[in-house]
Design a protein around this ligand. Structure first.
Ligand code: SF4
Length: 213
């Protein structure tokens, strides 16, 4: 990457980490997946109960493989053969997990986490329940403010996710959000985590690469 471009991105990451701190959240910058997994391993206790929110980033970074290593009590929502009832049970048990790992749709330079969800189980656990929430993002998820976060979701994240999940929504065929009324609409709960009451409960790892959508 061009050094000047890299410098601008690093400055943006620095501002975001500073802002997270002011909002009682911790922010960490890691250069690659190896550093990320090393840091995560030091934050996770052997045998603790861990759950995850739906996230492409967790697969891309090798976190799902780490959680499946047998060192943790991983509530694996992606395990083959699970019924809808099994998945519902995992979503509910997630509130009692020690750690919840997830991505986020956008993170603002004001230190806020913005998400749009289909069922809301992910944001519900981010907001309340697990003792520790670890959010993993690539620098591509950083936006200036809430308006940019909303636009990013409408223009990029939601249409790509609808396509990936093979939903029968207008955006999955045109790539454009029309604020549909489709029964398979994936945009239902719009949430902004602005601040945490418990200092450090939410930890955000920003990886020095593009990850997820
Ligand atoms: S509201 Fe509908 S059209 Fe817009 S991104 Fe969500 S699913 Fe797609």
């Amino acid at each position: 990457m061009d050094q000047s471009v890299k410098w601008v991105i690093e400055k943006k990451i620095e501002r975001t980490i500073e802002a997270l701190k002011k909002n009682n959240m911790e922010g960490y910058f890691v250069k690659d997946e190896k550093e990320l997994l090393d840091k995560l391993s030091s934050l996770l206790q052997k045998g603790e109960t861990i759950s995850v929110g739906g996230s492409v980033t967790l697969f891309e970074t090798g976190i799902i493989d780490l959680l499946r290593s047998g060192q943790y009590n991983f509530l694996d929502r992606y395990e083959k053969g699970l019924t809808e009832e099994n998945i519902k049970e995992i979503y509910r048990k997630s509130f009692f997990a020690n750690t919840y790992l997830t991505g986020t749709n956008a993170i603002t330079e004001n230190g806020e986490l913005y998400n749009v969800d289909g069922t809301g189980n992910r944001v519900a656990a981010m907001i309340y329940g697990p003792d520790q929430v670890i959010v993993v993002v690539g620098f591509n998820k950083i936006v200036k403010n809430l308006n940019e976060a909303i636009e990013r979701n409408k223009q990029i994240a939601a249409p790509i996710n609808a396509k990936r999940l093979k939903k029968k929504t207008p955006c999955a065929s045109t790539g454009v959000c029309i604020d549909c009324t489709s029964p398979e609409r994936i945009c239902n709960e719009y949430t902004l985590i602005k601040r945490q009451r418990i200092q450090g409960r939410i930890k955000v790892f920003i990886v020095d690469k593009e990850l997820g959508y």
